[in-house]
Design a binder for this molecule. Structure first.
Ligand code: 6PG
Length: 237
């Protein structure tokens, strides 16, 4: 587990954007990024489309989503809308490289449609541990320890076959989420966590409490990009 602590959220966003650009430049002919939703990563996406834009290999990077709120793509809560406003439009990302999670129809059918799209991109319906689905997965951390839309107490936490499920979360609108097998099938996984309000949950995750974010077992341990405000006491790592 590598932890990078930055003085401010802006420092974290600049470092994360540069980190992702470096990996995409060094990556193969098709580089697959699974984006985090929520508010933390927005600045990273804005910087990719601005300070990093000229050096970023947009033509060969494909953008997927770790989860989505089951709302129209122009809804203020849509993760796709956030990414489109922060990055896709500003960087003129080809439509073929944007892979939004569908939110029309019924959640279960939308989840299946996205799983089918992931199968098609990957070229198979079974994940090979030697060939990851993604090159980079970006994730956030909720104050209840969720990540993507893998909320505590939901059956999504037990799903080990399907890549995408619909999640009924009593505290929020229906969600579509990638499952652990899909999120774990990545060369690298990076959590982005900022703010004093995340310090306690981060300490609990790092302290080994059985929380959804702590259950993620990638090929390698996830990287943690945090700001000073979110940093637990040094002995909690
Ligand atoms: C979402 C995200 C979710 C998010 C965390 C942290 O759709 O909301 O996928 O997992 O990453 O809730 O959200 P913030 O970055 O807004 O704190």
């Amino acid at each position: 587990m590598t932890v990078a602590v930055y003085p401010t959220p802006e420092d974290l966003a600049r470092a994360t954007a540069a980190w992702l650009r470096e990996r995409a430049v060094a990556g193969g002919p098709q580089f697959a990024v699974c984006l985090a939703g929520g508010s933390t990563p927005r600045r990273v996406y804005e910087l990719l489309a601005s300070t990093e834009r000229a050096r970023f290999p947009w033509e060969r990077v494909h953008w997927f989503f770790g989860d989505e709120r089951f709302v129209p793509h122009d809804h203020p809560d849509s993760n796709f809308r956030m990414a489109r406003e922060a990055m896709f439009d500003a960087a003129s990302v080809p439509a073929a490289n944007q892979h939004p999670i569908p939110t029309a129809g019924q959640p279960a059918q939308a989840a299946q449609r996205y799983e089918n799209e992931l199968h098609e991109f990957y070229g198979a319906a079974t994940l090979d541990p030697r060939r990851p689905l993604f090159d980079v997965v970006l994730l956030g951390l909720g104050e209840d320890g969720h990540t993507a839309s893998l909320f505590p107490g939901t059956t999504a936490l037990q799903e080990r076959e399907r890549w995408v499920v619909d999640v009924r979360n009593p505290k929020a609108e229906p969600r579509i989420s990638l499952t652990y097998p899909a999120l774990e099938s990545s060369r690298e996984i990076a959590f982005l966590v900022t703010g004093a309000h995340k310090r306690d949950i981060l300490a609990r995750v790092w302290g080994g409490e059985d929380l959804p974010a702590a259950r993620l077992q990638g090929r390698a341990a996830p990287d943690w990009f945090i700001d000073r405000a979110a940093e637990p006491n040094a002995n909690m790592r």
